[in-house]
Design a protein around this ligand. Structure first.
Ligand code: UT7
Length: 405
């Protein structure tokens, strides 16, 4: 019989929630659980449209590596086909950074492009927010590296670890800092270099036809074991410069962010973490716990349900009709997920664009890259109502509504 210590209390959180909390510690089976009793009663709705003016995006930029890997290239090192990958995911090709290049390098280049597009001096940036799940080092994060590579002074630099939803979380943080008067100009970057966690090992050379011999049977089998997720990812970075708006009808109108730890294992890296002692060892590597583990179908199902939910929610919060949304900039994890979101919302193909065919899933970078491309294509004219949406590891998801000034 395990030992159970419990405590129950009621607290009002800083955001206005009334919360009943039970802290339960169970000894004897190695688990420690903290659980919440019942649904928190809200004293006010933090998602509701604010009185404050929303922040505006004054510049955007992106950076993707030159090296393109097609589906046929992948088929050299695992049992897959161009036809399967296109039909099930929409990906046609993806880019990979050179070994030695990190998310901070791509992020800094995207950031610089956004600063140039905004036609501001880098010194005007007074907070840097970087979102990545593939930092150059396990610790610390990349925000200070990006800041340094951009030649910015010692301004605050935040790392965001919300994976596919990282850019959205970063955008809300920038908006909140600007609204609170803590900053005038924020640089928000989503950037990823996934190559390091792809299982290709020696067969990277085969992808580029640079190996004197074909993959061994063992290499081919190992790559095939991870094919359901390894064919999805690519490298890239996108960035925006955000500034306090002047008009309450434009800029960021509302953001609805959600998280659910019960969905944590939909996609996660099960090993190489600090709850282990040591945090990395040969047994973890042998068991390949340093590679992502994904429950693809469940992830898919949750994404096509919860992204539309968040979009409907933020539209309700801001009193916007779904029909008035001009473009949905949705996270690009799988073209069929984007299609599912589009159908759930009853929107046409033009309103929910897809660019996963060219870059694959670039995690925190998909949303700012797609936004930048649409902006450069003239798809975000003055007055356009843009909806950003994402779902991914954590699970974290959300949506934001933005009116271009
Ligand atoms: O940003 C967040 C990260 N990821 C996501 O959001 C991903 C969400 N999930 C998905 O996009 C899809 O579930 C996948 C693309 C990952 C998989 O597509 P699916 O249609 O759910 O396929 P499945 O996993 O159910 O596999 C169907 C078949 C299996 O073969 P059998 O058992 O039917 O013989 C797989 O072994 O397809 C096989 N398969 C492949 N075949 C060729 C899985 N991956 C591949 C592959 N090439 N790359």
């Amino acid at each position: 019989m395990p030992d159970v210590n419990g405590a129950v209390g009621v607290s009002i959180t800083r955001r206005g929630y009334l919360r009943a909390v039970a802290a339960v510690r169970v000894r004897g089976d190695d688990t420690a659980t903290v659980s919440r009793i019942g649904e928190p009663a809200r004293l006010r709705r933090p998602d509701a449209a604010r009185d404050l003016v929303g922040s505006i995006i004054i510049g955007s930029g992106m950076d993707v590596p030159d090296t393109i890997v097609t589906n046929d290239n992948l088929a050299r090192v695992m049992d897959t086909t161009d036809e399967w990958i296109r039909r099930r995911t929409g990906v046609v090709e993806r880019r990979f950074a050179a070994a030695g290049e990190g998310a901070s390098d791509l992020g800094a280049r995207a950031g610089l492009a956004a600063i140039a597009d905004a036609a501001i001096h880098p010194e005007e940036v007074d907070v840097v927010i970087t979102a990545t799940m593939t930092p150059d080092f396990l610790a610390p994060g990349i925000a200070s590296l990006v800041q340094h590579k951009l030649g910015l002074s010692t301004v605050a630099a935040y790392d965001i670890r919300q994976q596919c939803s990282g850019f959205l979380y970063g955008l809300e943080m920038a908006d909140a800092l600007l609204a609170a008067g803590k900053a005038e100009t924020a640089l928000v970057i989503g950037t990823e270099v996934h190559g390091g966690f792809l299982p290709f090992g020696e067969t990277w050379a085969n992808l580029f036809d640079e190996s004197p011999h074909p993959p061994t049977e063992a290499e081919y089998e190992r790559n095939t074991r991870f094919r359901s997720w390894s064919v999805l990812f690519g490298d890239g970075a996108g960035a925006v410069v955000v500034r306090r708006g002047t008009d309450e009808d434009t800029g960021i109108l509302g953001v609805r962010l959600r998280s659910d730890g019960a969905l944590f294992d939909l996609i996660h890296v099960p090993g190489v973490g600090f709850s282990r002692r040591p945090y990395v060892d040969a047994s973890q590597l042998d068991a390949e716990l340093h590679l992502p583990s994904m429950r693809g179908r469940e992830l898919f199902r949750n994404a096509v349900e919860l992204m539309p939910d968040a979009i409907r929610g933020v539209a309700e919060d801001t009193k916007v009709e779904l029909e008035d949304i001009d473009v949905v900039v949705a996270h690009q994890a799988n073209a069929r997920i984007v299609e599912g979101v589009r159908r759930a919302l009853g929107m046409d193909e033009d309103t929910v664009p897809i660019n996963i065919d060219r870059y694959g899933n670039t995690t925190a970078a998909t949303v700012p890259i797609l936004f930048h491309e649409l902006r450069m294509d003239g798809r975000i004219p003055s007055g356009a109502l843009v909806c950003f949406a994402a779902f991914g590891a954590g699970a974290h998801w959300g949506a934001a509504l933005y009116r271009e000034p």
